[in-house]
Design a protein around this ligand. Structure first.
Ligand SMILES: *Cc1c(COP(=O)(O)O)cnc(C)c1O
Length: 404
């Protein structure tokens, strides 16, 4: 059981007022709020050990390097990666997918296929379109059904020997659907295809196990798990990271440089060109510690309660339709009210202090599938409460009465 009052006290922003009303923050799928320990760790880094890493002989540089590498090990243990060099620090999920896709652009050839799904975030679509354009490979899409689930029989038909990589999201940011990624990974491997999992929306809710999943790549962002923006992780199996060409060239990622030829540093440095977001990596480690102290089992159980309660309460509103009704779902509720534009609802509930996201949530193909311009999305975190959901429901009712 979680002590929600104590947890809420860890997050200073939750005491803020918005438009004169207490903030109800339900935009967690876009970015999570930060606990005081994370906020303090950013200042502490700059106040005490700020220096460039992996290069200086001086003490501060050593301390900063050690802290950065300890954070890498923290990530390794958190996701149960076999080696710490399989953990590449990135600028975020988008960066991680672009890194892998641009590498594949050089490995793929005409006739090869890349398989994504109908519910991908734009950052797991566009980089693969680039890779296919550059290589002559073909992009294929696993369709979804009305409940917002992948149609697995179609996946079974689409995967074949021409498939070189399958890139799918673990949890949909727009619908909340939890995808059967283990089944996808195992089946793809039968055909020799690599698998990239977009974990941006899963890592706030679950602790992903790289060795149990056996995926080839897994990407996520620090800012969605209570960490800072501009930092993220690309996990890659060592054999794949060795096979992929470097992404960006520069300092830190080289072994030797002459004007004739450059040789590249070993992992993870091969993919970490330039001075990284040092504070970001270190503080990501703090965010992971914080979440583990709350406990992922507790988080999942409590968020399920919020999801069930929120679903029940919102459906009391006549004309309200929820998109994404899979039985296997994380705490994201996307909805519309008949005859009302989602944007208008978002503006009115904001006036009442409730922060939701409206629009296509960087998943335009999902909106096209349902034939809608967008949805209102309320996404819950472990620091939210049922009382806040009541506030949302009242705000939505008010919006409805004003707009219809
Ligand atoms: C947020 C998100 C992304 C993009 O993450 P960035 O931090 O913006 O790079 C990609 N995929 C999913 C499923 C997301 O939720």
């Amino acid at each position: 059981m979680l002590d929600i009052k104590a947890i809420r006290n860890d997050f200073p922003i939750l005491d803020e007022k918005v438009n004169g009303k207490p903030l109800v923050y339900f935009d967690n799928a876009a970015t999570a709020q930060k606990p005081q320990v994370v906020i303090d760790a950013i200042a502490e880094y700059y106040e005490t050990i700020n220096a460039n890493i992996h290069r200086g002989v001086h003490t501060l540089s050593q301390l900063a390097t050690d802290a950065y590498e300890i954070a890498r090990k923290k990530v390794q243990h958190h996701i149960n990666a076999k080696e710490d060099r399989e953990v590449i620090f990135t600028a975020g999920t988008t960066f991680g997918i672009n890194l892998v896709a641009s590498g594949f652009a050089r490995l793929l050839k005409e006739g090869d296929e890349v398989l994504i799904s109908a519910m991908e975030h734009h950052s797991n679509i566009v980089p693969w379109q680039f890779a296919c354009e550059q290589s002559g490979a073909t992009l294929k899409v696993i369709p979804m059904n009305e409940k917002g689930e992948l149609v697995m029989e179609e996946f079974d038909k689409l995967i074949n020997e021409k498939t070189k990589i399958v890139a799918v999201t673990h949890i949909s940011n727009a619908l909340g659907t939890i995808n059967p990624i283990k089944r996808i990974i195992d089946k793809a491997h039968e055909y020799g295809a690599a698998v990239l999992i977009d974990g941006a929306q899963a890592t706030p809710h679950v602790k992903p196990d790289m060795q149990a999943l056996d995926c080839d790549f897994y990407v996520f962002s620090a800012h969605k798990i209570c960490g800072p923006t501009g930092t993220g992780v690309l996990y890659g199996k060592e054999e794949w990271l060795n096979k992929l060409p470097p992404y960006q060239g520069g300092g830190e990622m080289i072994k030797t440089v002459t004007f004739d030829k450059t040789t590249f540093a070993c992992l993870p440095h091969k993919f970490e060109a330039g001075t990284p977001n040092i504070a970001g990596g270190i503080v990501l480690g703090c965010a992971i510690d914080y979440l583990n102290s709350v406990g992922f089992d507790n988080i999942v159980a409590y968020e399920q309660e919020l999801l069930d309660y929120g679903t029940k309460r919102l459906l009391e509103i006549e004309g309200l339709k929820i998109y994404g009704t899979s039985d296997d779902k994380a705490s994201v509720i996307s909805f519309n009210i008949e005859g009302i534009h989602p944007y208008d609802i978002g503006v009115i509930v904001d006036k009442l202090g409730v922060a939701v996201r409206t629009g296509h949530h960087c998943t335009q193909p999902i909106m096209d599938f349902y034939g809608i311009p967008g949805t209102v999305r309320a996404s819950f975190s472990f620091y939210n409460t049922k009382e806040e959901i009541d506030t949302l429901v009242e705000a939505v009712k008010k919006a409805k009465s004003m707009l219809s």
